[in-house]
Design a protein around this ligand. Sequence first.
Ligand SMILES: [Zn+2]
Length: 267
Amino acid sequence: MPELPEVETVVRQLRQAVCFRTIEAVTIKDPKVISPAVAQGLPARVIDIARRGKSIIFTLDSNAYLLAHLRMTGHFHVVPSRSASLEYQKYLSGIFHLDGGSFFTFNEIRRFGGITKVSAKELEKAFSRLGPEPLADSFTFTAFDSLLHRFPSAVIKTKLMDQSFLAGLGNIYAQEALYRAGIHPQTKIEEIGVSKRKRLYHGLREILRLAIKCNGTTIQNFSHLDGKGSFQDLLSVYQREKCPRRHRVERINQGGRSTYYCPRCQK
Ligand SMILES: [Zn+2]
């Protein structure tokens, strides 16, 4: 499932291809995935494309926003007007026709993701319960530490994946960050000393930045606009048999999700 680095990769690519272009019309093929409201109020110019948590926000000059979620298998294709590729027709949910004859599509195999049209107020409401952005300048160690202090008895891995605690992390990067910090995934927050909290804070941000540089992680489905991510080659414990120090990695179940960790590096 796409997490912060994968969504950020898609946002950066969409920004290059779609920002400051005008959406002339939208053809909706699957109204369960693309809300019919998306086709109304056009043409409209896209003046910004941004990410919040795992969501993608298109700001339109018509005072409205398109809110997109990739979930498991949502995918954007940008198709130049003279493209011969028909790849975009697979699992096609909708076509966004741009000025000049090019277009982009949204494709969803499993139909969990989607695009809706929202007002500024609805957008604010959608994000009102979302935690801070881990890569924001304002997210200092002090900010992270005071967040941790609010949930002393929570299990660290579960909390890292909680979107109201911290925005954008999922199963893969939570595990990788814990490996970097040398913290066992079942540890209660109150049992983590300050030096490990610092390692976790820095490890978390390093890993997210590095994964963005690699265009994300492709394990099963994720592909960005130009292909697949490459961070899977740099994973330390997730779906690994050995950690980078050649210890055997173990797998446990936490809240229905698999957690990989190294019992020797993570205590
Ligand atoms: Zn190890």
